[in-house]
Ligand binder design. Structure first.
Ligand SMILES: *[C@@H]1O[C@H](CO)[C@@H](O)[C@H](O)[C@H]1NC(C)=O
Length: 364
């Protein structure tokens, strides 16, 4: 801000600047960019940035980091990305009080099937992550229509970010687009995601750490469901005050789950899953397990991560006949103070491997 004022002062005269409030100065600069390099070099001087039909070159990030406070970013037309094996991200944005939206009919077309090889982030081609939303404070992302991310979608590490009515449709090649998590949240506070529509092949939502997070009115199709975790073994191993509500999970491996890492410490508390409807679940309708190691369950739970003050309320629906309705594998005494009401998941098997199930909950 200071830099901008002094530049303007030098060109326009100090007296004029003194008379014009900063907001008026900013209101003058509405920018339309048709190339990502112009957007990256010109972004700081714009109050509104319209990204019009940008073709982001292969191996480059559409770099909208360090935006001026209060910038509005509008995607217009079709945004596309050149092909290269690299880690991405395809888009990165940071700043304060940023509004990100799209013009009617716009789409962000990652054309991820060019990278898809069924191996996701575990091998094969190196695939660029989609959207880095780190240090994007007090901001809103709304209405974006996103197609076929190469691998993970939104990586969220910030405070006070609302994401509303975003669609991520990765249905181009249903089995090939592995690890296309829609929203990965870590080290974040006050994140609200409402009205997301997701067709993907991994977690619809995964929260590794963070506080005051809500996910509501979502639709998750084809992926791994709504997940807290895996928690443990990172810099931040605390999840608290999370509400996931009013969401349908269909044709997915899991419905709702909490997974914590074997032999690590941390805490998951104040988590509510309510009004979740399941159908076509292939693995677990509801699962809590404390036995993760290197991304896979070991079958042996540990109790270094507490899973406390957890509510499962009106989690209902059906799983496939060879799936398991409910699976709870807690360490000794690490799961406590659960509220369990209106949980009714049917169609699959009853687990015989549940252990240390807290009072009130049931694998039946
Ligand atoms: C995000 O949504 C919450 C809850 O509706 C609201 O209190 C908050 O002001 C919103 N934040 C922004 C940056 O709009």
């Amino acid at each position: 801000m200071q830099l901008l004022s002094s530049v303007v002062a030098a060109t326009m005269g100090a007296a004029l600047v003194a008379a014009a409030p900063a907001s008026e100065l900013k209101a003058r600069s509405s920018c339309t960019f048709t190339s990502s390099s112009d957007a990256a070099s010109g972004k700081a001087d714009c109050s509104t940035i319209t990204l019009s039909g940008i073709e982001v070159p292969a191996g480059e990030t559409l770099d909208l980091t360090d935006l001026s406070d209060g910038t509005t970013v509008v995607f217009e037309g079709e945004t596309t990305f050149g092909y290269k094996e690299w880690e991405g991200p395809l888009i990165s944005m940071s700043g304060k009080d940023i509004t990100i939206k799209q013009a009617t009919g716009a789409k962000i077309n990652c054309d991820g099937s060019r990278w898809w090889d069924g191996k996701g982030s575990n091998g094969g081609k190196t695939k660029p992550k989609f959207f880095k939303a780190h240090k994007l404070y007090n901001s809103v992302i709304s209405g974006l229509q996103i197609y076929n991310t190469p691998v993970q979608g939104f990586s969220i590490q910030t405070d006070n970010l609302n994401i509303t009515d975003v669609t991520i449709d990765n249905s181009d090649g249903t089995d090939e687009g592995h690890n296309t998590d829609a929203f990965d949240i870590g080290e974040s506070t006050y994140i609200t995601i409402d009205g997301a529509t997701i067709y993907n092949q991994d977690d619809c939502l995964a929260i590794n750490s963070g506080e005051h997070i809500t996910f509501s009115n979502g639709y998750c199709d084809g992926g791994h469901g709504l997940s807290i975790g895996s928690v443990g073994g990172r810099d931040d191993n605390t999840v608290s005050d999370v509400t996931i509500s009013g969401t349908k999970v269909v044709n997915s491996q899991n419905g709702v789950r909490i997974k914590t890492v074997y032999d690590k410490t941390g805490s998951v508390s104040g988590v509510t899953f309510s009004d979740i409807t399941l159908s076509g679940i292939t693995k677990y309708g509801l699962v809590v397990e404390q036995d993760y190691e290197n991304g896979s369950p070991t079958g042996t739970p540990t109790n270094g991560i507490t899973v406390k003050d957890i509510t499962f309320e009106k989690v209902t629906g059906t799983v496939e006949s060879d799936a398991t309705n409910i699976y709870i594998l807690c360490g000794s005494d690490s799961c406590s103070d659960w509220t369990w009401s209106g949980v009714s998941i049917t169609g699959g098997e009853t687990s015989s491997k549940c252990d240390n199930v807290p009072t009130g909950a049931s694998c039946e």
